[in-house]
Ligand binder design. Structure first.
Ligand code: F6R
Length: 609
């Protein structure tokens, strides 16, 4: 996730771009840059670091011009550095491009461009676009961009300008957000409304596969084939604070709704074209390493630990490698039994959690190879691990982790499939079927998120209680733990997760008339046993909400309320099941009048022991 902004009009472009980028830093802040058309040249200023570093670099100087684009980066391809910062220019610096998203086929395109003599200045996927513009130049920016779009695959929001056709800005959307701001004798484009709200409240919300040709006096929209389309002007009525949350009341709700995009991005570029293989080129494992691994230790804290529990189930079932999942603050003080071929997997959204980092360091001292799954490219965990799989959730602002969890699950599925296929345990047909199901997850998540009003009402009903119990068996239990954590950390209601079969060994004593019980019922092989456990709590008066597969009419007979989720294979159910649990926690917190994004006593990144 990155932020892009563009401007054309009578104002000083630099001022508009810098103020716009300041509003987009929530989307990424490891480097920043601008490009401005200044006296016949495209001039660039960019640097690693936050926007303040760019302002310091400009040091009060202004690149004067009325057309420009800007970018604030959250690194995906290539570390945070001056070279990798956007905008990117081609060999002759005639063009400037800013990009939010991932170009999946950039390596193949880069090879071709290198072979035809192009020189690259960065490790980014984005830079190929600038070179393609040079290569395919027609004499007109808009038609050249159309030709470039035929070559690239992936997710993108782009803003593009050139000195060869000045007075124009072209902006494109495919799977990454983009809005166009309409001014009086000036126009704007940006990843998000807050970046332009200071200047206009009239916007066009760009949809998938739409391009805007922007001049200072006009905005024309087209589809990817160049056919003209009509768009309705949207009048923004939100106040600036609400606008920063995309119109949602809280960052948490915004981030819950970002999950379909985050899941899609984390898969992007990691599946072969025929959808039969997982590719993880970021793993620099020695020859034969995947075959030699004989034990895996997953180490993490909190929500990341819960993702690890799902990872264990999936890795063990797809690879038959024994997996232990441990809480980082415990593991770091243990003397764990490791073999020469133990792989350690640390999971950390922030990449800065002190206990997780300490556990990583201990393991490296023992000579264990460490793979990090993290959301922050330049974090300590990312820098110190031997290998890194980055989850492309984008910055997570709310303290309660949501989209980081779902993308951690995606990374773990990909790892499990990769190990399984490299070890010859999984054939192409199986991998193909699994990946097909994974690709359907974003749409299914969207469907679940539409049930928000129903969940809001349920949460209001439950929030009057001071307890809640979350039950599940097998993989459902791992998700129940995450559901209970989310619920307690933001609603401050006591919440416990139990393996459903364990209740009668003590916890059943806590079940009283009316107490909310949330039962997760997607483990097909344990379905009947789960229903028996539900009956046990029902018999003691509990009020049961079941989260079950669509089409499971039977379950309705045993519970008080059911939320149905679209079917997928059981291994993937956690990605779908967690969304209603996050919403339940969110609305319970709102019902109790809590500060959802900043729950008491908690911090986003726990850098102390
Ligand atoms: C809960 C939550 C925490 C974090 C935990 C680990 O919503 O966010 O439990 O998951 O503090 O943080 P990371 O993943 O940054 O290491």
């Amino acid at each position: 996730m990155c932020g892009i902004v563009g401007y054309i009009g009578p104002r000083n472009a630099q001022d508009v771009l810098l103020s716009g980028l300041a509003k987009l830093e929530y989307r990424g802040y490891d480097s920043a840059g601008i490009a401005i058309y200044d006296h016949g040249e495209v001039k660039l200023a960019k640097t690693v670091g936050r926007l303040a570093a760019l302002e310091a670099k400009l040091n009060g100087a202004t690149i004067s011009g009325n057309l420009g684009i800007g970018h604030t980066r959250w690194a995906t391809h290539g570390k945070p550095s001056d070279e990798n910062a956007h905008p990117h220019a081609g060999c002759a610096s005639d063009f400037a491009v800013v990009h939010n998203g991932i170009i999946e086929n950039y390596l193949a395109l880069k090879e071709k461009l290198l072979a035809s003599g192009h020189h690259f200045a960065s490790e980014t996927d984005t830079e190929i676009i600038a070179h393609l513009l040079e290569e395919l130049w027609t004499g007109d920016l808009f038609s050249t961009v159309l030709k470039v779009l035929e070559e690239i695959r992936g997710a993108y929001a782009l803003a593009i300008m050139t000195k060869n056709d000045p007075g124009k800005l072209v902006a494109v959307r495919k799977h990454s957000p983009l809005v166009i701001g309409l001014g009086d004798g000036e126009n704007f484009c940006a990843s998000d409304i807050p970046a332009i709200l200071e200047y206009t409240r009239d916007v066009l919300i760009m949809e998938e596969g739409e391009i805007a040709l922007i001049t200072e006096s006009s905005v024309e929209c087209f589809d990817l084939k160049g056919n003209s389309i009509e768009k309705k002007v949207f009048q923004v009525t939100w106040d600036p604070v609400a606008a920063e949350k995309g119109g949602y009341d809280h960052y948490m709700l915004k981030e819950i709704h970002e999950q379909p995009r985050a899941v899609r991005d984390t898969m992007s570029g990691r599946l072969s074209d025929d959808g039969r293989k997982v590719m993880l080129p970021e793993l620099k494992w020695p020859e034969g390493y995947a075959q030699a691994v004989d034990r895996i230790h997953i180490v993490a804290a909190g929500t990341s630990y819960h993702a690890g529990l799902v990872g264990k189930t999936v890795i063990e079932s797809l690879t038959r490698i024994p997996v232990d999942v441990e809480i980082a603050s415990e593991y770091r003080y243990r003397d764990p039994i490791v073999t020469d071929h133990t792989l350690m997997v640390v999971i950390s959204q922030s990449g800065e959690t002190a206990d997780t980092l300490a556990a990583l360091r201990n393991s490296k001292e023992r000579g264990i190879r460490v793979l990090a799954i993290t959301n922050v490219v330049g974090s300590s965990v990312a820098r110190e691990a031997n290998d890194v799989i980055v989850t492309w959730a984008g910055p997570e602002i709310s303290v309660a982790s949501t989209k980081a969890y779902t993308t951690q699950l995606i990374a773990l599925y990909l790892l499990a499939l990769y190990l399984g296929q490299e070890r010859g345990k999984l054939d192409d047909v199986f991998v193909n079927g699994f990946l097909k199901d994974m690709k359907e997850l974003p749409d299914k998540l969207d469907e679940i998120l539409e049930s928000s009003p129903w969940i809001e009402q349920t949460a209001k009903d439950f929030a009057v209680w001071d307890d809640a119990f979350f039950l599940g068996r097998g993989i459902d239990y791992a998700v129940a733990l995450e559901g209970a954590l989310k619920y307690k950390e933001i609603s401050y209601i006591h919440a416990e997760a139990y393996p459903a079969g364990e209740l009668k060994h003590g916890t059943l004593a806590l079940i009283v008339e009316g107490v909310p019980v949330i039962a997760l019922v997607t483990e097909d092989s344990l379905y009947e046993k789960s229903v028996s456990n539900i009956k046990e709590v029902k018999a003691r008066g509990a009020h049961v909400l079941a989260i079950a597969w669509a089409g499971d009419e039977e379950i309705g007979k045993s519970v008080d309320r059911v939320l149905y989720i679209p079917r997928t294979r059981t291994a993937l159910a956690p990605v779908l099941m967690v969304a209603p649990l996050q919403l339940l926690a969110y609305y319970a917190s709102v019902a109790r009048g809590n500060d959802v994004d900043k729950p008491r006593n908690l911090a986003k990144s726990v850098t102390v022991e």
